[in-house]
Design a protein around this ligand. Structure first.
Ligand code: ADP
Length: 394
């Protein structure tokens, strides 16, 4: 079965075509900087690599470009759009309705649209991706894989906010949880590595968005992102946890509008707001050259993660392994070091030499004496989505 995975972000579309169940990658690529005259489109198959800068005004044009690449008579990988059997769409917010991978119909699309206010950077883009894919790949089954689904197991005591009950009961104001596809994938890999399904794990996903999940016996029981993907850890441009009084102070005394604050907290805060840089590689290189703001931002970031590790160890009454994943978690030995230092009370002891090695597969970077394993697990959200789509359709 040929399954095309589409991951539409606010200004990008990542895609991957896989043959299942072999999990062979037929091609993969990304369209970045959608909405600009210098958008970048990349495409890699076994035989070809194409990268081009061009104008791509919107997601519609982005998906058209991807289709052209797939069908290209010289470098493409399929002869007709009918060669795609199914499309797996990453959808960020499925609310409390969708806790499982779901075949898309009109009701599902309406729900994704209705949930857009809860994930304004993501759900509208996800919906455009679905509608375009339906128009182009007419014979393919369209399936939604929700980021929130893995967190459907979080108990009420952890997902309800201490605000008047009708907001939870009637209006759906609660913590939902995100990055579920990644947390599920890496925790399953870790359980297989540990050869044990009854584990207490903490998965730390550190990419542009960052989140941390407590996973007991394979189930998410608590998670740092909440009602929207903005709570919790310090991210590339998002603040993570802040005292909500700051918002009222900014409106009442500093002249900000609510939409300005929304923009500020989601797009101008986090590591960018603290340092002027968004990409962690720049921040690390600045810090190593003596930039104090960058060093402090790295320490703040690690400190926040440590606090969540402490909280989740208490919530699970134990800890077998912590998992680092995604762009920063997999590649930044410095961030892993800052998080794990002075954690011997929790039996977390990093082996510096192992930590500095690089590898593309799952690896252990703790000392032999460390009771808690420290695992670096490469995430693969596309494969996880393909597996879920394949399971649903077969
Ligand atoms: P997304 O959330 O967009 O999928 P990624 O998982 O690709 O993000 O992670 C992007 C982040 O990973 C960026 O902040 C980038 O700086 C960081 N990153 C990638 N490679 C490295 C590296 N070698 N060292 C430190 N940080 C890295």
């Amino acid at each position: 079965m040929n399954i095309l995975i589409i991951n539409s972000g606010s200004s990008s579309i990542k895609y991957q075509l896989l043959n299942m169940p072999s999990a062979q990658i037929i091609c993969a690529g990304i369209i970045e900087r959608i909405g600009s005259i210098d958008a970048i489109s990349s495409f890699t198959s076994n035989d070809h690599k194409i990268e081009r800068t061009c104008t791509i005004n919107n997601h519609r044009e982005g998906l058209e470009r991807i289709t052209e690449l797939l069908l290209d008579s010289e470098k493409g990988v399929i002869e007709s759009t009918d060669n795609i059997d199914a499309i797996g769409h990453r959808v960020v917010h499925g609310g409390s309705t969708y806790t499982k991978t779901t075949l898309i119909n009109d009701d599902v699309k309406k729900s994704i649209k209705k949930l857009s206010p809860l994930a304004p950077l993501h759900n509208p883009a996800n919906l455009v991706g679905i509608e375009m894919a339906e128009a182009i790949f007419k014979n393919a089954q369209q399936v939604a894989v929700f980021d929130t689904a893995f967190h459907g197991t979080i108990p009420v005591k952890a997902k309800q906010y201490a605000i008047p009950l009708p907001l939870y009961d009637e209006k759906g104001v609660q913590a939902y949880g995100f990055h579920g596809t990644s947390h599920k994938y890496v925790s399953e890999k870790a359980n297989a590595y540990l050869n044990n399904q009854k584990t207490n794990l903490i998965a730390i996903h550190l990419g542009n968005g960052c989140s941390i999940t407590a996973i007991k016996n394979g189930k998410s029981i608590d998670h740092s992102m909440g009602f929207a993907p903005s709570n919790g850890l310090i991210m590339g441009t998002r603040s993570g946890d802040i005292d909500h009084s700051i918002i009222f102070y900014m409106v009442d005394n500093l002249g900000y509008s609510l939409s300005e604050i929304n923009e500020l907290l989601n797009k101008k805060s986090g590591m960018l707001g603290l340092t002027g840089y968004n990409d962690l590689r720049d921040i690390e290189s600045q810090a190593s050259n003596g930039n104090q703001k960058c060093m402090l931002a790295l320490e703040m970031n690690a400190y926040r993660i440590k606090k969540y590790i402490g909280a989740y160890t208490a919530a699970m009454n134990g800890l077998d392994a912590i998992i680092f994943t995604a762009g920063i978690g997999e590649n930044s030995s410095l961030m892993r070091k800052l998080v794990c230092q002075d954690m011997s009370h929790f039996n977390i002891v990093l082996d510096d030499a192992k930590n500095d090695l690089r590898a593309a597969t799952i690896r252990e970077v703790n000392t032999i004496d460390s009771k808690v394993k420290i695992l670096v697990v490469p995430t693969n959200e596309e494969l996880e989505i393909a597996q879920q789509v394949y399971q649903l359709l077969t």
